[in-house]
Design a protein around this ligand. Structure first.
Ligand SMILES: O=C(O)c1ccc[n+]([C@@H]2O[C@H](COP(=O)([O-])O)[C@@H](O)[C@H]2O)c1
Ligand SMILES: Cc1cc2nc[nH]c2cc1C
Length: 353
């Protein structure tokens, strides 16, 4: 797919003001004090603005899990290795990983995509959109070429379009890739202009020594590659992963399709930040879910101006935090679609507080 980010950006027109207005009017009729569902009310109205419809159905929903490996794990920045990426990617395809179990509760389909697993498993159901067998170790040069980064973004954009064509009306982003909290912290440090040590965490589990190696690897990657902070594609190509780039594509593609895209943990949030830098017009289609325990998450959501409603200290990935938002949205929608004041013989009123 030929990706022209400027052309895409020029096609993005932002939230639909009429749908937002009609959604606010609908909430004012629902038989409860206005704003009493707090941020959940705002999320429903945000979705109205994204879809362009005040009344919508988010019953058909999917979680897209971008799976890829990261060459930087050669620096000893993780507790496990690429065999785990392959194992979990296969489990996602078989339907038995954490995300699948939670997706059943959230009534979401799971779509695992191989964008660059080093040892691809023989797993029917794992969609193959491979860019390469993992990225290169960024401590000795760019993780990928600029062209590969664009291709990975293109995979995300196409996947969002396919989801829309299949009738999905809400998608969540997820990822699987050992080492991707290192690539995420590196990309975030450059895009946010902050020191790696302030935003780098222990990922899936790391000793004090391991954390020191992780910070040193990120510092070296930045020093060796000298990414241009004003060129998000350069940052993604030099320090990112195929999973992050493909998730950035999901956010961009979702905005094009007027399909709400739910942000998951820190890796997904970095994808969202990169997407906004690449294509600012796509940000209106992003839906925050939870605040990852990884330290970069707070900084990224602050920068995105989004407030995740779930604060549970989660750091599992695979899209599990994004899935947690679905039942909450369902409950908010039950009221939005439910009784209005006239149904209970009462006049609509404006609460004084
Ligand atoms: O979503 C998060 O915020 C998150 C935080 C820590 C770890 N993870 C998951 O753990 C893996 C990355 O951890 P690591 O230590 O290998 O960089 C990757 O497969 C992610 O799905 C995910
Ligand atoms: C088992 C396992 C599952 C995961 N899912 C996301 N990251 C993971 C890391 C491990 C180790």
């Amino acid at each position: 797919m030929n990706v022209d980010l400027n052309e895409i950006n020029s096609r993005l027109t932002g939230p639909d003001a009429a749908a937002v207005k009609a959604s606010l009017e609908r909430w004012s009729l629902v038989a409860k004090p206005l704003k009493s569902l707090g941020a959940l009310e705002d999320l429903v109205t945000r979705i109205a603005g994204i879809t362009g419809e005040a009344r919508f159905d988010i019953g058909k929903r999917a979680l897209v899990v971008m799976c890829a490996d990261n060459g930087v794990i050669a620096q000893g920045v993780t507790q496990t290795d690429e065999s785990i990426t392959a194992l979990v990617a296969a489990d996602l395809a078989k339907g038995c990983s954490s995300a699948n179990l939670m997706a059943r509760v959230a009534r979401a389909d799971v779509i695992p995509v191989d964008v660059g697993v080093k040892y691809p498993p023989d797993a029917p159901g794992l969609i193959s959109r491979r860019i390469a067998a993992g990225t290169r170790d960024f401590t000795s040069g760019p993780a990928m070429t600029r062209e590969q980064a664009l291709r990975a973004i293109g995979v995300g954009i196409e996947t969002a379009r396919e989801c829309r064509e299949k009738g999905y009306r809400l998608i969540a982003t997820g990822e699987m890739g050992i080492g991707n909290t290192t690539t995420s912290a590196a990309v975030a440090a450059v895009l946010l202009g902050c020191e790696p040590r302030g935003i780098t965490g222990r990922g899936a589990g790391l000793s004090d020594e391991g954390l020191k190696r992780k910070i040193a690897a990120i510092e070296k990657g930045i020093a060796v590659n000298r990414p241009d902070a004003d060129d998000a594609l350069d940052v993604l190509a030099k320090l990112g992963g195929f999973d992050i780039a493909a998730m950035a594509g999901l956010f961009i593609g979702g905005a094009l399709e007027r399909l709400p895209v739910v942000i998951d943990g820190v890796i997904s949030a970095v994808g969202a930040l990169a997407a906004r830098r690449l294509c600012p017009g796509c940000a209106f289609a992003m839906i925050p879910s939870h605040m990852s325990a990884e330290p970069a998450a707070r900084r990224i959501f602050g920068e995105l101006g989004l407030e995740p409603v779930i604060r549970a200290g989660m750091r599992l990935g695979e899209g599990t935090g994004a899935l947690c938002l679905f039942p909450l949205l369902d409950m908010a929608m039950a009221l939005y679609d439910g009784l209005v004041f006239s149904d209970i013989g009462m006049e609509a009123y404006t609460p004084q507080s």
